[in-house]
Design a protein around this ligand. Structure first.
Ligand SMILES: *Cc1c(COP(=O)(O)O)cnc(C)c1O
Length: 473
């Protein structure tokens, strides 16, 4: 083994280091289909056993790789595996991992246009492509973020900017089903939490437009200043997509900023069915998209797309004497002016390389497969006795519960039963499902969004559900 304790690795060292890491990665990937979908036992003891003092000198690589791959990794949700149908699955495309290796090795600064105009252009291309996917017009722009939460935050800051410096009387409207990061974004942006209205939803968990209009009118009458609508394009609870055309019309009539939280659902706009479900998405002022969900990329890849990049810039730009002059050519962009971040990773390459290598059609086909799989699973569940499909898939997420007649109508007993059902399904280790509460009731969720999930694993999951039901009697 070469000596990796020098700061400057020579070429042979680097090759050996990457090769050793790659060996471990390949081993991990080979074992993935057979891994339990979720392992949590012994987590606290494991974490404690991994505590260690600051290392004063270098340790041998094999030992360190063993710590990562043999000790730390095994106790985890297998987020990259085919059985991960929990929460909103992430991805982990390997093309992106290689892009990260390149990005980190070249380590150019992409916050400032003039520091690497060509590399910044690659990231700008990615932004333009994402705008095209969601149907925003030419001239739109945006910024890559660490995820949907930060994108929702910057969108809120941009919307707030319209109110001027005194915005304490500003109000924001979303539904009871909105992701919690919407409320957090509003609080962090300085809005009183009580001025974020959680408007009720209809039977399909979509925001009720009449209630929304009433809330806006009521606030205006009370002297408050309505500022922003936040629509959901794929809620985390049930995958519900709000009436985006209806919300766009309302936002226009009321002069409000329309933000669409499409962190989960937005990438389905690559598919024909997705575009139909997401009709109106391109009319938004801003859109949150999570490529680490819908484009199967590694965690840490979100995007905020905006119709008017100048508005995003006005809301985030602060002058500093020690920085070079910012770009004024509308063809170019300094990303550090569009978000709270100054220094950051070259995350654009993590999208650019996979999109160029695979092509958008490859992603569209994979997303189409996820829509098919969710529809298929919904059909099978519908046919299972005493299984209630609480929310059929609008995209690739569905919600169900088991309501055995023997429990009568007792809600507490039913909730308890479904909680045990979830544990019995997950114990089998082939799929990992999670739960939520709808109108206070415990329900099970299936979200198909891993590029590694195919029909065989969905079938295994459905078998596990019916066997778990049988097991509970
Ligand atoms: C995942 C998600 C978020 C938060 O995104 P992060 O990338 O986890 O920060 C926000 N909204 C919705 C609808 C989501 O699914």
């Amino acid at each position: 083994m070469p000596d990796f304790s020098r700061l400057e690795l020579d070429e042979a060292d680097l090759r050996a280091l990457v090769a050793a890491a790659l060996d471990r990665i390949c081993g991990e990937l080979r074992g993935l289909p057979g891994r339990a979908a979720c392992v949590t036992e012994g987590g606290a003891a494991l974490a404690r056993s991994l505590r260690e003092p600051l290392p004063r000198s270098g340790a041998p690589l094999p030992e360190l790789l063993a710590t990562i791959f043999e000790r730390a990794l095994p106790v985890s949700y297998t987020t990259t595996g085919p059985g991960y149908l929990a929460y909103i699955p992430g991805g982990g495309l390997l093309h992106a991992a290689v892009a990260d290796l390149i990005a980190d090795a070249i380590n150019r600064y992409v916050g400032l246009w003039r520091a690497a105009p060509g590399l910044v252009q690659l990231e700008s291309n990615v932004i333009t492509w994402l705008c095209e996917i969601v149907g925003l017009p030419a001239g739109s722009g945006g910024v890559l973020t660490s995820g949907g939460s930060l994108a929702n935050f910057s969108a809120t800051v941009a919307a707030r900017h319209r109110l001027g410096e005194r915005f304490v009387d500003g109000t924001i409207y979303t539904s009871t089903q909105a992701h919690h990061s919407v409320l957090r974004a509003a609080i962090l942006a300085g809005f009183p939490a009580a001025q974020v209205r959680a408007v009720e939803v209809d039977a399909q968990q979509r925001i009720c437009l009449e209630r929304l209009a009433e809330a806006i009118a009521g606030d205006r009458a009370a002297g408050l200043r309505p500022c922003m609508l936040v629509a959901s394009a794929g809620t985390t609870n049930t995958g519900a997509v709000d009436d985006l055309e209806g919300m766009a019309g309302l936002a226009e009539r009321e002069g409000l900023w329309l933000h669409v939280d499409a962190a989960y659902g937005g990438c389905f706009a690559l598919t024909e069915r997705g575009r139909a479900t997401l009709r109106g998405l391109g009319r938004a002022d801003s859109i949150t998209l999570d490529p680490h969900k819908g484009l199967f990329l590694p965690y840490g890849t979100g995007a905020l797309l905006v119709r008017d990049p100048a508005a995003l810039r006005r809301a985030h730009s602060v002058h500093a004497e020690y920085l070079p002059p910012m770009q004024e050519d509308p063809d170019f962009v300094d990303f550090c002016e569009l978000s709270p971040e100054l220094s950051r990773d070259f995350r654009g390459l993590r999208l650019w390389l996979p999109l160029k290598l695979v092509g958008a059609d490859g992603f569209a086909a994979a997303l189409d497969e996820k829509l098919d799989l969710a529809a298929y699973a919904a059909g099978v569940l519908r046919g299972m006795p005493e299984v209630l499909l609480v929310a059929p898939p609008q995209l690739s997420l569905l919600v169900f519960r088991h309501v055995p007649a023997r429990l009568g109508g007792d809600p507490a007993a039913q909730d308890d039963h479904n909680e045990r059902l979830l544990a019995a399904i997950n114990r089998r280790g082939r799929v990992f499902l999670t739960s939520t509460r709808l109108a206070g009731r415990f329900v099970l969720r299936i979200c198909v969004l891993s590029f590694r999930t195919h029909r065989d694993r969905v079938d295994e999951g459905l078998v596990d559900i019916s066997e778990a039901i049988a097991e509970l009697g």
